[in-house]
Design a protein around this ligand. Structure first.
Ligand SMILES: [Zn+2]
Length: 98
């Protein structure tokens, strides 16, 4: 089997890559793992996804919150924002000084 990237050298590294391509910056990320143990789904890898840009005021369990979560999955960001509304209501914003 030849390298999935250069199609020249034998694939001796994970992801079906040769040693040279496997070590090139960015090349490894372009090819998903071929191991059945490496496919873990969203938010189950060895990385922390970025925090969503904005919190939501949708209450937990509401259809609006579920739509927000689906959109966050689509964007590849974390499901939860620290300032998302809770069952007790929106997280209060710090009082403005002056
Ligand atoms: Zn290669």
């Amino acid at each position: 089997m030849h390298c999935r990237h250069c199609h020249e050298r034998p694939a001796t590294r994970p992801r079906g890559l040769c040693l040279t391509c496997y070590d090139l910056p960015g090349v490894r990320l372009r090819y998903p793992t071929t191991s059945r143990f490496g496919r873990r789904g969203l938010a189950n890898g060895c990385f922390a996804p970025p925090t969503p840009t904005f919190p939501t005021q949708a209450r937990p369990g509401s259809p609006e919150k579920i739509a927000v979560l689906a959109e966050r999955v689509r964007q590849g960001v974390a499901l939860w924002h620290p300032e998302d509304a809770t069952l007790a209501g929106p997280v209060s914003e710090p009082a403005l000084a002056g």
